[in-house]
Write a protein that binds this ligand. Structure first.
Ligand SMILES: [Zn+2]
Length: 267
């Protein structure tokens, strides 16, 4: 760790710059103020109550800031992306799960325990599909990469979808099937887009933002996912809120990492 920091410092010195600190973007719940990972995502099992900022500070002597990846993506849009020219916007990141952040009047809304922005658990079906959070009907179970894959497996078991030769089974694979004319795959991807559209309609109705910025690998599905999403938003949002907002796709590469850097650069 110390060696890596020394190397970065050397590289920076060569162009007349320095190292301001380390920003960390991580999955799960984070106490950004104390710099503690409270509860990790499924990707880093057992990483609970880890004082990450203190540990990194001990090893490097640098100032450390950490936050969760959804918040970091929103902060990146605020400083470098589609959030630069608006005061209020919502970032929705659709990957294996769904996360994001709500920026109101130029500030990320963190909530009482820095846990605001759990957009994947907006409910779109009262008695719907079970979600990893223990609830039911969360949009993540329908519109995320893992939700789409799970639904595809169910349809395959019911004989509706043929998944032979589809490995790994992810959103991109389903997108390829849809673009090659598989009607069941196309319907499945469209249903995912509609589910997220319902969730976005609720976000628009509640927050009345100027913009929604969509990001994450599932957005690479393109119009097969986006067209039904936009159509649903148009039909399910109150007209004042709908007319005030545009829905755009992020142009940032690695938005959470850019946001982590921004935590240090723009504290
Ligand atoms: Zn949930």
């Amino acid at each position: 760790m110390a060696r890596l920091v020394a190397r970065v410092a050397d590289d920076a010195a060569r162009v007349g710059a320095g190292v301001a600190g380390i920003g960390v973007s991580t999955g799960g719940r984070v106490d950004a103020e104390r710099g503690v990972v409270l509860e990790s995502s499924a990707l880093i099992e057992g990483w609970n109550d880890v004082p990450l900022a203190a540990r990194l500070r001990e090893r490097t002597g640098l100032s450390i800031r950490i936050d969760n990846d959804g918040h970091c993506a929103a902060i990146a849009e605020r400083h470098f992306g589609h959030g630069r020219d608006v005061r209020s916007f919502v970032t929705v990141v659709v990957g294996t799960g769904i996360g994001g952040g709500v920026v109101l009047d130029g500030q990320l809304w963190r909530g009482a325990r820095n846990a605001a922005g759990e957009l994947g658990h907006l409910m779109v079906d009262v008695e719907g599909r079970p979600c990893a959070c223990g609830g039911r009907g969360c949009v993540e179970a329908y519109a995320s990469g893992s939700g789409l894959a799970e639904r595809a497996r169910e349809l395959a078991a019911a004989g509706v979808l043929d998944l032979a030769g589809t490995s790994p089974l992810d959103a991109q694979a389903l997108g390829r099937m849809a673009s090659q004319g598989d009607a069941a795959a196309r319907d499945l991807v469209a249903a995912g887009g509609r589910a997220l559209g319902v969730a976005l309609a609720s976000l628009l109705n509640v927050f009345n933002p100027e913009r929604i910025v969509l990001g994450g690998p599932v957005l690479r599905l393109g119009d097969a996912y986006l067209a039904p999403l936009r159509d649903t938003v148009a039909r399910r949002t109150l007209s004042t809120q709908r007319d005030a907002a545009d829905i755009v796709v992020s142009e940032l590469e690695d938005a959470p990492l850019l946001g982590a850097a921004a935590l240090v650069l723009f504290p």
